[in-house]
Design a protein around this ligand. Sequence first.
Ligand SMILES: Nc1ncnc2c1ncn2[C@@H]1O[C@H](COP(=O)(O)OP(=O)(O)OP(=O)(O)O)[C@@H](O)[C@H]1O
Ligand SMILES: [Mg+2]
Length: 113
Amino acid sequence: MKYIIAIIKPHKLEEVKKALEGADVNLMTVSNVVGQGRQKGRTEIYRGAKESSGLLKKVKLEIGVNEEFVEQTIEAITKAAYTGEIGDGKIFVLDLQDVVRVGTGERGGKAIN
Ligand SMILES: Nc1ncnc2c1ncn2[C@@H]1O[C@H](COP(=O)(O)OP(=O)(O)OP(=O)(O)O)[C@@H](O)[C@H]1O
Ligand SMILES: [Mg+2]
């Protein structure tokens, strides 16, 4: 199992969510975050709302998936989040050790979906 963390432009959220659902990836956590990439927020100033600290508003998606869904998840996010401008985001793929569904006590692959 993998835990996929994607940082995207806020205005791309609905498109990315639709693309994920189209790839049969329906379970996700979404947060509003601020961040900076290699431009340190500077050259995106006219494209995104800027916080006083210099950080730009972004949306973070967190998605736990079975191995067979990893590539289609990455592909869906990459295609839907792309604008061609700087700051389109980044996807981090982490090994996911275990999942526990609180309501049933199920673990791992039984709990992830
Ligand atoms: N190495 C990193 N660690 C943690 N968060 C990161 C890292 N790189 C990027 N991010 C997050 O991703 C967001 C978007 O990054 P961004 O797309 O600007 O990456 P970049 O490397 O600067 O590429 P680009 O040149 O296309 O802008 C950042 O605002 C930050 O929240
Ligand atoms: Mg950047």
